[in-house]
Design a protein around this ligand. Structure first.
Ligand code: SAH
Ligand code: SF4
Length: 399
């Protein structure tokens, strides 16, 4: 889909939905290997396959082209062959909200009529796109709006990388051919997997999508500009280092198991000690400098001076940055945001212990686009992880 290029004169834009039932296979989200196999299956000679993969990736991910006919370095007959077997589609934006602070929230429709949210946050020195990895989340962190959403499905790799592409469509960021902008001058210069869902419960699709995001012939962002946030799926952390190698953030949020059990219930499965062990190994395995510890500030729950001191003691020895997130309230939330003086006092203790401790400025609050507020309207019964994995497997096989 192509978003309207007209200036925004209203803060909500609803785009008419369109159904696209197609037999053709979508090329967006296929790894190099999968794309190569698909091309050979469709009749591309094996000897040419690698070159065709490079060419197609450049058209799809660097130039934003969606129709084979525009691929002028391919022979006409070959373009027609491709068009018969394949298509290039990204999820559809059905609504776009623009905050007074410039933050943009896209309500994105994926196959099956499900909806996820993608958020673009412009800042002076960078532009961050916050993308979703699942519809809803099977986990039930008590302070998170997404965790109250019942319907859950894993996104495919195409739906994950497609969120970057649809945001580029909306921002008009497809570069002039052959003049890919440098990371720091891009509108979308950073990607965070901090939207809806737990990325490490959808490992393969997230990995494949991020590999495309990091590939020089793909979206071409440095792996240091991609941050995956996990609630603490311990067994997948080493694999994230080895198979993705991006920056890691962890939703830490508490300094005792008692409190973390309540805030981030996955802690009952893998507790603080087990989580810290996995995190300690991450920087070396992934060759990344440091881990971001996310810490949501909840009034009277986890924000005392004693918490701050315990926090720095716990993470001693791990190269880290501590990101303090003032709680973003949502209707019916069982917590309140800590007072600013409390947040500052907490930040001060962390800072004096030698850690960078930025307080994350809430962005896009007026359009419910802030961290942990994302929750789309489509809800049905909650599914188990096994069900989701089985369905994702079936969808992947049929895609
Ligand atoms: N599932 C992953 C990534 C998505 S959440 C994870 O939990 O890490 C992105 C960040 O927002 C996490 O640190 C999460 O704990 C935090 N968050 C969730 N709800 C929030 C809220 N209401 N206010 C502030 N931060 C919140
Ligand atoms: Fe899921 Fe993350 Fe929200 Fe927890 S904080 S419910 S893991 S999205």
């Amino acid at each position: 889909m192509t978003a309207p290029s007209a200036p925004i004169t209203q803060d909500v834009l609803t785009i008419p939905r369109k159904e696209t039932a197609s037999e053709r296979r979508n090329l967006v989200g296929l790894t190099r290997e999968k794309l190569r196999d698909a091309l050979i299956e469709a009749g591309t000679p094996e000897k040419q396959a690698k070159m065709r993969v490079d060419q197609l990736w450049q058209w799809i991910y660097q130039k934003g082209v969606r129709d084979f006919d525009s691929m002028t370095n391919l022979a006409k007959a070959y373009r027609a062959t491709l068009a018969e077997a394949f298509e290039i589609v990204v999820p559809e934006v059905v609504q776009r909200h623009v905050s007074a602070d410039g933050t943009r929230k896209y309500l994105v429709r994926i196959a099956g009529g499900h909806e996820v949210e993608t958020v673009y946050i412009p800042e002076d020195s960078r532009g961050t796109l916050c993308i979703s990895s699942q519809v809803g989340c099977t986990l039930t962190c008590s302070f998170c709006h997404t965790g109250t959403q019942k319907l859950v499905r894993n996104l495919t790799a195409g739906e994950i990388v497609g969120q970057i592409m649809l945001a580029r469509d909306d921002l008009g960021e497809w570069p002039e051919p052959g003049r890919a902008p440098k990371d720091e001058t891009r509108l979308i210069s950073n990607i965070v997997l901090m939207g809806m869902g737990e990325p490490l419960y959808n490992f393969e699709a997230v990995r494949d999508a991020m590999k495309i995001a990091m590939d020089g012939e793909g979206i071409s962002l440095s792996r240091r500009r991609i941050t995956l946030s996990t609630s603490g799926v311990v067994p997948e952390i080493a694999r994230t280092a080895e198979e993705i190698g991006c920056m890691l953030a962890v939703s830490f949020h508490a300094t005792t198991d008692d409190v973390r059990d309540k805030l981030v219930p996955i802690n009952r499965k893998w507790n603080i000690v087990e989580l810290l062990d996995a995190l300690r190994a991450y920087p070396k395995l992934s060759n990344s400098e440091r881990i971001t510890f996310e810490y949501v500030m909840l009034k009277g729950i986890n924000d005392s001076d004693a918490d701050a001191r315990r926090l720095v003691k716990l993470i001693r020895g791990i190269p880290a940055k501590i990101n303090l997130i003032p709680f973003n309230e949502w209707p019916g939330a069982p917590y309140e945001r800590s007072d600013w003086e409390r947040i500052e006092a907490f930040a001060d203790i962390v800072y004096k212990a030698g850690y960078a401790s930025p307080v994350r400025t809430p962005r896009g609050e007026d359009i419910m686009a802030a961290c942990g507020q994302l929750k789309s309207a489509t809800e049905r019964g909650r599914k188990s992880r096994a069900q989701i994995a089985a369905e994702a497997g079936a969808a992947g096989a049929g895609a």
